[in-house]
Design a protein around this ligand. Structure first.
Ligand code: BGC
Length: 503
């Protein structure tokens, strides 16, 4: 059936109007779509972010054990413990580079299946470790797998989903990351570091098995000229009633407008440099909020607040992230990305500023030493309980932490990954996403590695005020530069950057 008669059939089939009053071909098409299999494929893919959450969370329960372990060959000193935590981010930056190359070479589905290997191999090296170097190697490998996954999964999901559910599906990536982080924290209560590593290998193994039964994305297949396979993939994802030839033609039309292969000279094209700049800045700003520093620091804050079981602090932080990331996923396609980024940025700017005030006041009451002392307790030492007068203000620290984590979960946690997967034209998706992933993990490494030095150099108050300024800049950036992608097809989003229209 040709595309014109398909268009007529779509519009004749249903005369209802969309909520905006204008009934489009897209509305008519989407009304025929069944999402069951799309959810299934998304479920298989998000086992990847779940695995990467386990990698991020693993160091929190493992480090205290490994710093006190009997076997001196495996015992971590302060410096090694800090590397054990942060080297994952370096591995992940490498993984992002590798991911950018393989998604275009072997496709989204095979790349996803490939991610399982370094996860499982890395955890195996940790379990079998005979010395500290093997522990670190295991962390680099699991980090590499995390970087690969953080690139491939958002792409896979956004290329399969349609605009009515893409925001929610894409936000499930971050939801699974934070669920994995919490899974590792909770697992740490019951399992030793070896058993925790063994259990952490289960999600990536499951992902490998489940992905065998899922399709390649229609957009990748079309970019390879495989029209018949693309229609089959769409038929699987959209159910039996949707006339998938129409969607195939719409994707193909947009793809034809772009030259087939990416060349460096293309970077002069606004359709490429604009989304690339936005994607990279979103990643840099996400890390500049200080999320990873604050997550590592959570336990110390709870200890200062005289929580009897401060090791449960991480679980409270983790649970808050899970709950509010789920809220963000549910409202993403209704509220839109931009407004959530703004609300999230404002909440984080206020809470980090207040956190700074808390440190400033406590430092002035008890002499400047207390201002920086928590910084050196991040990994191995137990902080001295705060004097009573200081404890009076701990509610302020706890409230700031709660607001910060909630704010991050509602916007700057999930949205940079989601927007990264939506704004690039197919031909540069691998290269551009790799640049974003590299920027994200590179910044994560710099912030986690320099956090303690920053606290010593600028005092705790100064460091948190710096994060507050970064969060305020986030808001300005979101307001001015980030496009609203809610309710648009990937092709429409990209056409906006080029200054043309699609569909
Ligand atoms: C960030 C990570 C962070 C994680 C936890 C992700 O979106 O990229 O750096 O550790 O969220 O919330």
């Amino acid at each position: 059936m040709d595309i014109q008669s398909e268009r007529r059939r779509l519009l004749d089939a249903d005369d209802d109007e969309s909520p905006s009053g204008v009934r489009t071909e897209q509305d008519a098409y989407l009304d025929k779509v069944k999402n069951g299999k799309l959810y299934l494929a998304t479920f298989a893919a998000i086992l990847g972010p779940l695995s990467f959450g386990f990698v991020l969370g693993y160091s929190s329960p493992a480090i205290p054990e490994l710093t006190k372990i009997q076997d001196s060959r495996l015992r971590l000193d302060d410096e090694q413990a800090s590397w054990f935590g942060s080297i994952v981010t370096l591995g992940a930056a490498l993984g992002g580079l590798l991911g950018g190359w393989i998604v275009d070479k072997i496709g989204r589905k095979l790349s996803l299946m490939f991610c399982s290997l370094p996860f499982v191999f890395g955890f195996t090296v940790i379990v079998a470790a005979q010395n500290v170097w093997m522990l670190l190697l295991g962390r680099v490998l699991t980090g590499l797998a995390s970087g690969l996954t953080s690139l491939v999964v958002p792409l896979y999901i956004s290329e399969m989903a349609h605009e009515r559910v893409r925001g929610t599906m894409g936000s499930c990536v971050q939801l699974m990351v934070v669920t994995g982080i919490m899974g590792a924290y909770v697992g740490g209560f019951f399992l030793d570091w070896r058993w925790l590593a063994i259990c952490s290998s289960i999600p990536p193994t499951l992902m490998m098995v489940c992905m065998c039964f899922m399709p390649e994305t229609p957009r990748f297949l079309l970019s390879q000229g495989k029209r018949r396979e693309a229609e089959e993939a769409l038929r699987f994802l959209r159910g039996p009633d949707a006339p998938v030839e129409w969607e195939c033609a719409a994707i193909e039309d947009a793809y034809d407008e772009q030259a087939a292969n990416f060349q460096v000279a293309d970077l002069k094209d606004p359709g490429i440099y604009k989304p690339l700049g936005i994607g990279v800045m979103l990643m840099v700003f996400q890390q500049m909020t200080g999320i990873n520093a604050i997550m590592f620091y959570a336990e110390t804050v709870f200890e200062q607040a005289h929580f009897k079981e401060s090791d449960k602090a991480s679980v409270i932080v983790g649970l808050t992230q899970v709950v509010f990331t789920a809220v963000a996923a549910l409202i993403m396609d209704k509220a839109g990305r931009k407004i959530l980024l703004v609300i999230s940025g404002v909440a984080m700017a206020i809470s980090t500023a207040v956190f700074g005030v808390y440190f400033y006041l406590t430092a002035h009451w008890h002499g400047s030493a207390s201002a920086s002392s928590p910084a050196v307790t991040l990994w191995t030492q137990t902080p001295t309980p705060a004097p009573l007068a200081e404890a009076d203000l701990t509610w302020l620290a706890l409230a700031s932490m709660g607001v910060f984590i909630t704010g991050f979960a509602l916007g700057w946690g999930p949205i940079p990954w989601l927007v990264m997967s939506e704004i690039f034209p197919t031909k540069v998706r691998g290269f551009a996403s790799a640049t974003c992933v590299l920027a994200n993990w590179g910044m994560a490494f710099i912030i986690t590695k320099t956090f303690q030095d920053l606290m010593a150099l600028m005092t705790s108050a100064g460091t948190f005020w710096m994060f507050a300024v970064a969060c305020a800049l986030n808001v300005v950036f979101a307001l001015i530069f980030v496009p609203e992608t809610k309710g648009k097809t990937l092709e429409q989003i990209q056409a906006n950057f080029r200054g043309t229209s699609a569909l």
